[in-house]
Design a binder for this molecule. Structure first.
Ligand SMILES: [Zn+2]
Length: 360
């Protein structure tokens, strides 16, 4: 655990703390990392460090710190919850269904994100957020504005944000969260200090789950391996046994699906997508596809390891097979995105598991 109570990310914490102590903080930061890597918790810690009323910042116990602790009601309402690995979206505090964005504000900390079901964060959202960053903070030394999923800013919204970054309010810090820096407009990127959150080694995650959360070693290692370095994801799973069990069962089913003959694959499709309304089916289909992608990714890693220059024919065949199935999974994803009935798409996948393959 580093001084911010985070698992991993020591380098990013040191970079921020060093600049803070030296009085060299920027007005805009870009935090990147894959979903579940702890980007929002990191942003919350930055907000705490900037606004804490205690000498040892962030203390995580004063009123301003508690307001944005990751389990505080404000933060729960503010974060995106539409990733398949996460729970349902709680009702946002300001309900503007037509606006296309959700803006949550509490004690001078703001979070702006895309509204579920909309394509991007519209310019109105950025204008509203930007206007508020110019207001003097009422509760501490700084106002913090977080844009969650900055790659989802529309082009006009990104340009409006650029103007704000060019003339920042002296008391405001704007934090952009994104999966990859390349997803953010270069003009925006160049105005931000970039903090990249690297994957946390599995052994470090497992040891934390055992020591600090009291998990059995075997469960801790299984969760750490499945997390692929995403500490936030691993901790969430470790705290919710039911959710982890459900995840592990679905993953085992996806692993089996990849190897099963067509008849068994058909039965799985029927079991998973045989009921429910179209929207639920589509959500189920995406979730299922994510598990298939995981199964294929781990198979690909194994196959690559086995395939050297003097690889035996079977190893090369295994590699070809998994790549063909990955291409096929990509086709499935595109079909679902284009609103083809998920069950039909998956029945077709059950028959034709790999790209350019005939029914087996
Ligand atoms: Zn504090």
């Amino acid at each position: 655990m580093n001084p911010w109570g985070l698992l991993g990310h020591e380098r990013a914490v040191r970079a921020f703390q060093g600049a803070h102590r030296a009085g060299r903080l920027g007005h805009a930061y870009l935090i990147t990392g894959v979903s579940g890597s702890g980007r929002r918790t990191f942003a919350a810690r930055m907000a705490q460090a900037l606004r804490c009323s205690q000498p040892d910042r962030p203390c995580r116990t004063c009123r301003l710190c508690r307001a944005v602790e990751p389990d505080a009601p404000f933060w729960q309402a503010a974060v995106r919850r539409d990733h398949p690995d996460e729970v349902d979206d709680p009702k946002p505090p300001r309900d503007r269904r037509d606006a296309g964005f959700v803006h949550t504000a509490y004690l001078d900390v703001h979070v702006l994100r895309r509204r579920d079901g909309f394509r991007d964060i519209p310019i109105r959202g950025v204008r509203e957020l930007a206007a508020e960053t110019y207001l003097k903070p009422a509760h501490g030394p700084a106002r913090v504005a977080i844009i969650d999923a900055a790659e989802e800013l529309s082009i006009p919204a990104a340009n409006a944000l650029l103007k704000t970054l060019e003339e920042p309010a002296p008391h405001a810090v704007i934090i952009l969260i994104a999966q990859q820096a390349s997803g953010v407009l270069p003009t925006l990127r160049s105005r931000c200090h970039h903090l990249a959150l690297a994957p946390v080694p599995a052994a470090q995650i497992a040891s934390h789950l055992v020591t600090d959360l009291g998990l059995e070693a075997e469960a801790a290692e299984a969760i750490a391996a499945a997390s692929r370095g995403r500490a936030g994801w691993a901790i969430g799973m470790a705290r919710d046994e039911g959710r982890w069990r459900e995840f592990a069962e679905r993953q085992a089913k996806a692993d089996a699906f990849e190897r099963a003959p067509p008849a068994a694959r058909f039965m799985t499709v029927d079991e998973l997508l045989g009921r429910g309304r179209p929207l639920e089916q589509a959500a189920q289909a995406y979730l299922w596809l994510a598990h298939i992608n995981r199964a294929q990714a781990s198979e690909l890693r194994d196959a690559m390891r086995a395939t050297g220059s003097d690889a035996p024919t079977e190893a090369r065949a295994a590699l070809r097979s998994v790549v063909a199935r990955m291409l096929r999974a990509r086709e499935v994803q595109v079909h679902i995105q284009h609103n083809v009935t998920p069950k039909l798409v998956f029945e077709d996948l059950a028959l034709r598991p790999a790209a350019d393959s005939r029914p087996r």
